[in-house]
Ligand binder design. Structure first.
Ligand code: PLP
Length: 391
């Protein structure tokens, strides 16, 4: 077996830096072994044969570890921090399980935690939980690096860039440097970008955290989350939290996620191109205001996004005149499902105001562009806007 064919197949061959498309198809695969499958199936086991001293056993009990998780964790680590052997990834049952694991395992009474005020809506109950434990929580918006002002005395800074659903962006490197100067750890929610769009650990973050439910797995059939960091010391409390609360992914979900990674480059490239085409089309329509997509050259987030992101994601947000208009628009779309979540191969859109959690106008729509032909999506959007305008 040659070096290049061995497991750590995403490691660069001597003198070569592999591209993302090459990396994703090999990420996390085991060493080549005659007559073994290239990608082993899911391991369904509540416990493992365990002779003698368990302290060095790789697999003991199904809540602690699983070989299918190991493969996925290696793969995600190779994408979040290519070439870095120190990366440690822990997969979870969902994005919220991963987010809670970092925030709830780190914060102690008396600590100061800085959250985005415009982040994922379930940060609100997490905030309340932290406050109930005697943690001081400060919030500030993502745009304009406003979290900088809240950092004095903080022990943990939570960044979400681009933010969901507003699509604001902050300068991750700048915020991470300022937080580290004050002794705070930094976590970045990388859900929207995926590791192919942005690598928070390379931008100075201590944790890259994400929901794998969205673009990472991309088929709308799996819930998953992960935390990637660069040391055992940072990873250990997160792993212990997973084991303690039992927020573990099923082996089949972990396997589906790993399988989906092979197409991550294809999917995210096509989604980003489609999202830009849809955003440009929306901008040409007089009924549509506030079109946001970090890839639009004159978007307020574009300059910072272009410095730290490698592709701009599949989400476009915009505002229609009112609730009724937005509902008629969503109803008239033929290729875009009215559904929550984002990042899937099939386009979806929803009126975020229906949940009541985000601070957005009634006509605000978040659209996730799938892998359909961009021209078909643009035509569908124009037709649905026409239909909605007719009433
Ligand atoms: C969806 C989402 C989450 C939560 O992930 P789940 O897998 O649904 O638990 C967290 N952060 C962001 C930015 C998200 O979009």
């Amino acid at each position: 077996m040659t070096e290049a064919k061995s497991a750590r197949g995403t490691q660069d061959a001597p003198g070569v830096r592999y591209g993302d498309g090459t990396r994703v198809v090999r990420a996390g695969l085991p060493d080549e072994e005659p007559y073994a499958p290239p990608m082993p199936g899911p391991v369904l086991a509540a416990h493992y044969h365990l002779p003698g001293d368990p302290s060095t056993a790789p697999y003991t009990y199904g809540r602690d570890n699983n070989p299918t998780w190991t493969g996925l964790e290696r793969a995600i680590g190779e994408l979040e921090a290519p070439g870095d052997e120190t990366v440690r990834t822990t997969v979870f049952a969902s994005g919220m399980a991963a987010i809670s694991a970092v925030l709830l395992s780190r914060a102690k009474p008396g600590d100061v935690v800085v959250l985005p005020s415009d982040g994922y809506n379930l940060l609100v109950p997490v905030r309340e939980r932290l406050e109930g434990w005697g943690v001081e929580v400060r919030t500030a918006p993502t745009g304009g690096d406003a979290q900088l002002e809240a950092l004095d005395g903080a022990s943990l800074l939570w960044i979400e860039s681009p933010s969901n659903p507003g699509l604001d962006v902050c300068d991750i490197r700048r915020l991470a440097d300022a937080a580290h100067e004050r002794g705070a750890l930094v976590a970045v929610d990388n859900t929207l970008a995926t590791p192919l769009g942005q690598r928070p650990l390379e931008l100075g973050a201590d944790y890259a955290v994400a929901s794998g439910t969205k673009a990472l797995t991309g088929h709308g059939d799996v819930l998953l989350g992960y935390v990637a960091c660069r040391s055992e010391e940072l990873a250990a409390p997160v792993r212990l939290w997973r084991k303690t609360v039992g927020a573990i992914p099923g082996p089949v979900e972990a396997w589906l996620a790993h399988r989906s990674l092979a197409t991550l480059e294809l999917r995210t490239a096509r989604q980003a191109a489609g999202a830009l085409a849809v955003a440009e089309a929306l901008r040409g329509r007089s009924e549509v205001s506030g079109v946001r997509h970090p890839g639009l050259p004159d978007d307020p987030a574009h300059e910072t996004a272009a410095r730290q992101m490698r592709r701009f994601g599949c989400v476009v947000s915009f505002t229609l005149p009112d609730k009724g208009f937005a509902e008629r628009f969503l109803d008239a779309l033929r290729l875009v499902d009215d559904a929550t979540s984002f990042g899937g191969v099939r386009s979806t859109a929803e009126r975020r105001g229906r949940w009541g959690g985000d601070d957005v106008p009634e006509g605000f729509v978040r659209m996730s562009v799938g892998v359909e032909d961009a021209a078909d999506l643009v035509a569908d959007v124009h037709a649905a806007l026409d239909a909605a305008a007719r009433g």
